[in-house]
Design a protein around this ligand. Structure first.
Ligand SMILES: *[C@@H]1O[C@H](CO)[C@@H](O)[C@H](O)[C@H]1NC(C)=O
Ligand SMILES: *[C@@H]1O[C@H](CO)[C@@H](O)[C@H](O)[C@H]1NC(C)=O
Ligand SMILES: [Zn+2]
Length: 649
């Protein structure tokens, strides 16, 4: 059908460039005009279907009823159908690439040429969907046993996380850590099938394996090297933090539990996965020293959730960026309603019609929510700036960009300098000890996350491309945990376990690269904006973590120039527009933490602390024949509902 339409077009053409096309002369100009027409039609179709789906999704998430759920599911089905039909046609156009010369057309076709698992034939797609659904169902229904009452096995993950954050009993911590994994390890049975189907889906998208498909959005598999380099840049700082943390934990738990030169016992890090260490209370160098907590002051000044968003709107306006449209104030959900059930997880919405932009946030008046109001509104600014782009380009330059912009603005909004300029803080005081505490707190959140985020995908890439044998999946996981992160499990692991599956993103097939990239870019964006704002440079008295770009139209312009590109250009170009750099550069993150790194180096040297780690036992073996572990049965099943269209959180 497509070919017929082409042939009829050819008749009227004046020939400029010709090629032989199945015995027919092809005119590039005519062909390109036809592709453009196709792309315009697709753009309208996608925008309107996306608008329908997202508006149904909004209705559901802000008012959970079965009626709204049914409407949402129907809209999602329509969206998927459109995607598949469009994808098949894009494939046909791409097959004619020899006759297409306009690189803009080729780029747009390419952007539309990846469909993910939906490219599978129907019977395989349902196998894939069922496999992932099965794995996430195991995860969401898994529970943990109470350490003090061993037959009470109904603790939810939320409760388990609280215990890991607050308990100081290493036996209880190890118990919670282990029983969570006893329940999630049965995912191992499904995982080989998942890997086969995921690679199969990659092939259907014309990529050799799943890792290649995933890295398409980052410009290809060379991106693996860029991630490895970024991690190398951060390592010297991480080693210092690791050594310092080990000494502090040894003081709390004794050297029987935390050895002098060993890796860190992962169950002592305040987090189920040891991905962000929630142990600041245990290891703060200067207890009690912190930047002022402004929550009470905000309450005294009669802040409301809406006022916090007005303040965020003023922030962007002060950079010369547009204000939120009136519909934002009319339609957003800025605090928790009492007359219906809602999904409270905060999110920023682009309803795909070029007019409706909303935030859903159950905000309360606090310094944290003031910062996250800025974060969510930064996403909306990004949406607003690329709204003139075609649908295929209405997203960040790569999947890390949106979050990086959100994180940067959030970080700036929370600086004491900014709070002072807002009149929330009355005085600005210099306190080098509070600075170190602050930077350590941030490092426990951001820096400790980096090796974890890196190995989450490194392990999966090696599973997908066959580097790891199925029989060594779990020990390979611990190999990375030991070598990259310097952590060890509380008890010996075997190939009967499957510890990667204790993490939701592994079971739900969600890549982790975007988080890693988002954190690296955040600091690159931050430094570039601070330089534009005249707040940071070679002779600057203000350290990077204290800069505030409020009222700098220079910074605003740089941000605008980058955001308006959407993903219409390769991401290094977008990065260059804002930062002058074309590559991910984690040295900027290290620069941000420089005062902390200097402090840690001195402190570790003063205590003669060994920097790095050596093996202090066996962490994973293939079989552990005589030890039986209890199996735990769970009773509740919570079904996870997934959203097909990207929403930025
Ligand atoms: C919530 O959705 C129901 C439909 O299921 C609708 O009748 C009701 O008016 C909605 N409530 C609000 C507050 O929008
Ligand atoms: C700040 O103070 C508020 C109110 O006193 C409190 O609820 C909140 O936990 C504090 N935040 C931090 C980070 O300590
Ligand atoms: Zn976000």
């Amino acid at each position: 059908m497509l070919l017929l339409r082409l042939c009829s077009l050819l008749g009227a053409a004046t020939l400029t460039v010709q090629g032989n096309f199945d015995g027919v002369l092809v005119d590039t100009r005519v062909l390109e005009a036809a592709v453009k027409k196709f792309l315009n039609e697709q753009d309208e179709l996608f925008s309107s279907q996306c608008a329908k789906t997202l508006s149904a999704s909004w209705d559901y998430q802000t008012n959970i009823t079965s009626y709204n759920m049914i409407r949402l599911l129907a809209a999602q089905e329509d969206y998927k159908t459109l995607q598949k039909v469009s994808w098949v046609m894009v494939g046909r156009w791409r097959a004619m690439h020899r006759y297409l010369q306009d690189p803009a057309i080729m780029r747009q076709l390419e952007a539309m040429s990846v469909l993910g698992p939906a490219a599978l034939r129907t019977e395989y797609l349902s196998k894939y969907t069922n496999t992932v659904r099965g794995m996430t169902a195991v995860y969401t229904s898994a529970t943990v046993c109470n350490y003090h009452r061993p037959y009470q096995c109904d603790l939810t993950l939320e409760r388990a996380k609280k215990i890991l954050r607050n308990s100081r009993d290493p036996k209880e911590l190890a118990h919670v850590w282990r029983t969570w994994r006893v329940n999630t390890r049965k995912i191992r049975r499904a995982y080989p099938r998942f890997v086969r189907l995921a690679n199969h889906a990659a092939l259907a998208n014309h990529y050799a394996s799943k890792d290649e498909l995933e890295l398409f959005e980052y410009g290809g598999v060379d991106f693996k090297n860029q991630m490895a380099e970024a991690w190398e840049q951060l390592k010297p700082l991480y080693l210092q933090l690791h050594a310092y943390t080990r000494r502090k934990l040894r003081q709390v738990y004794g050297s029987q539990v935390v050895s002098e030169r060993g890796p860190l016992p992962v169950h002592l890090l305040g987090d189920m996965w040891g991905q962000q260490w929630k142990i600041s209370k245990l290891i703060m160098p200067y207890p009690g020293k912190r930047y002022p907590n402004v929550t009470n002051r905000m309450r005294k000044q009669r802040y409301t959730p809406t006022l916090m968003f007005k303040v965020a709107d003023d922030f962007f306006s002060s950079l010369g960026l547009p204000r939120m449209p009136p519909s934002f104030w009319r339609d957003s959900l800025l605090q928790k309603p009492h007359d219906r059930e809602v999904v409270c997880h905060s999110s920023a919405w682009d309803l795909c019609n070029g007019q409706d932009y909303r935030i859903k946030h159950c905000a309360e008046v606090s310094e944290e929510d003031l910062a996250s109001a800025h974060h969510e509104m930064a996403h909306l600014q990004y949406f607003l700036h690329y709204r003139h782009q075609p649908y295929a380009y209405r997203q960040g330059a790569n999947p890390g960009f949106q979050e990086a912009v959100g994180h940067t603005v959030e970080m700036i909004a929370a600086t004491p300098r900014h709070l002072y300029r807002l009149g929330i803080l009355r005085r600005l005081e210099e306190d080098p000890e509070a600075d170190i505490n602050f930077l350590l707190q941030v490092a426990l959140d951001k820096l400790t996350f980096m090796p974890f985020a890196y190995l989450m995908d490194l392990w999966r890439w090696r599973v997908f491309d066959g580097t790891y044998e199925e029989s060594e999946w779990n020990c390979a996981w611990w190999d990375l945990r030991y070598n990259v992160q310097g952590v060890k499990p509380p008890i010996l692991r075997t190939e009967d376990d499957f510890d990667p599956a204790s993490k939701y993103h592994v079971d739900a097939d969600l890549s982790y690269t975007r988080y890693f990239v988002g954190f690296v870019l955040q600091y690159q964006f931050h430094k570039a904006l601070c330089i534009k704002a005249g707040q940071y440079g070679w002779n600057s008295a203000i350290p990077l973590h204290k800069c505030d770009i409020f009222r700098s139209t220079e910074a605003g312009k740089a941000l605008r120039d980058m955001m308006q590109l959407g993903s219409s250009r390769p991401w290094p170009e977008a990065l260059q527009v804002l930062t002058g750099q074309r590559e991910m550069d984690a040295s900027v993150m290290r620069e941000y933490f420089r005062p902390l790194e200097d402090w840690l180096r001195k402190d570790n040297a003063r205590h003669g602390e060994y920097v790095g780690w050596r093996s202090d036992g066996e962490y994973c073996v293939y079989k552990k024949p005589f030890l039986m572990q209890p199996t735990i049965h769970s009773s509740t099943i919570i079904h996870h509902k997934d959203d097909p269209i990207l929403q930025v959180n």
